[in-house]
Design a protein around this ligand. Sequence first.
Ligand SMILES: C[S@@+](CC[C@H](N)C(=O)[O-])C[C@H]1O[C@@H](n2cnc3c(N)ncnc32)[C@H](O)[C@@H]1O
Length: 209
Amino acid sequence: MNRIELGRKFARLTTNAVVARPRLWRLFRPLMRRQFDTLAPQWDEIRSPGHLDAYEAALAALSGPPRRALDVGTGTGDGALTIARRFPQADVLGVDLAETMVTKAREKVPEDQAARVRFQAADASKLPFPDESFELVAHANMIPFFDELTRVLAPGGHALFAFSGGAGTPIYVPFERLRNELRRRGFVDFAEFEAGAGTALLARKRATP
Ligand SMILES: C[S@@+](CC[C@H](N)C(=O)[O-])C[C@H]1O[C@@H](n2cnc3c(N)ncnc32)[C@H](O)[C@@H]1O
């Protein structure tokens, strides 16, 4: 088994363990960071064309443009840059645990987006942002931390979860599991998308009365 295959297996194992027991994350965190710091220089070559097709399909279904958007586990930034292209008025932030990913992402920001697209290192399990900071919190191929994403999402805002290879994606959470976790936290209006090899789920955090 080569290093990439081993990494995929590790990513699947970590995802299943952390979604079931989020407290286990602190054990996996250093290994995960090292894995993606190592992968960062070649990440854009490993990605298949159309890897964000389902992510884009979900963005296209948003009822209104977000003012502030967060792409969690952004890697080299393609998700954040996709949001910025689709919503020219939005301020977009991409965060990743792996500093090398963040460095690569920053190199890709076009000059005309530099004022509103930023990348920084941060852990999705403990985001350094106040409550209700974003109208969109997006994940592409990323382990969701449900309490934290709910905290930083504004009432009425959307959470997006996309998996480039559907159920075959190494970091994958079945939609039924996503729906259950989100429903418990007050999410409504679930919508599913399929595009290319990918799948995505969109949900809205209930607006407070
Ligand atoms: C499979 S890659 C996906 C990257 C990108 N979203 C894409 O689809 O190309 C997962 C990314 O999430 C990052 N990551 C994993 N756990 C994280 C966490 N708790 N907080 C922030 N980033 C995390 C990894 O460093 C890695 O860059």
